[in-house]
Design a protein around this ligand. Sequence first.
Ligand code: RIB
Length: 302
Amino acid sequence: MGRVFVAGSINMDVVATAERHPRIGETVAGDSVLYFPGGKGANQAVASAKQGVPTTLVGRLGADAFGQGLKTFLAAQGVDLSFVKDSPGTHSGTAIITVANADNTIVVVPGANALVDGDDIAAPGLAKGDVAVSQFEIPLPTITAFFKRARAAGATTVLNPAPMKPANTALLDLVDILILNETELGQLTGTELSVTDAAGRYADAARTLAQGRIVCVTLGKRGVLALVDGEQLLVPGREVKAVDTTGAGDCFVGALAAQLASGSKLRDALSYANAAASICVQRMGAAPSMPTAEEVNAVLNS
Ligand code: RIB
């Protein structure tokens, strides 16, 4: 079995729930304030570790109370933290999130995540069969260096370009599997896409990014569309009652990476990750919502 290495962000999510999101300039009364471990890198690492696959997180925390709490939580989920460093002099990554009607808005302040560097990603030993995962909440040159190492070792590289930033071709050329949502696909390809568009429109936009790599577009409740060697795969969404979609995309990425490291075929891994994300959205919070392999298999067999 391969292993999963995630180079990415670790945040404390400060979540306010309310009946609806405020408009710009408006104040609305909230219902509760909640603190959840999060950050796209940490969420993806937890999602992978909970599938029983050895998972290492590479990242940074501030030397503060949030950092301590995040470390304790992540270790309890089975994530290897040998390559998570403390960065005195800055705060742990913090996300300010509003959740209303299951949807969220997020402002992320990177703090220590902005300091993850080339030395950090040079430390863990990658090997053939491993899966290297990253997102855009750590510096892009660090991700490029990480994927160069991964490619040299024969590992598979998975990029989730979220939140979207202009990415250079030197980075994109190192990506074996690109996983993005509808919004990110529109931004990366400069295409106007809407949630009501037919799957074919997404496929056309995704095709411009394929260039020898696999592209997976997560479509929320509509499921996931993947382009593999020019072939279009569509895994339909599962009908569930969502309470909080925060971290659902990360759940998909982490579960998919774990399945690929275990040797699953891509189509099976897509169905598995789609089922995992359908569980995640039925729970509040990001990292604590990631399901176990047992829970995912129960959904797949139901
Ligand atoms: O993808 C969800 C995550 O985005 C949250 O956990 C938050 O920390 C931000 O990074």
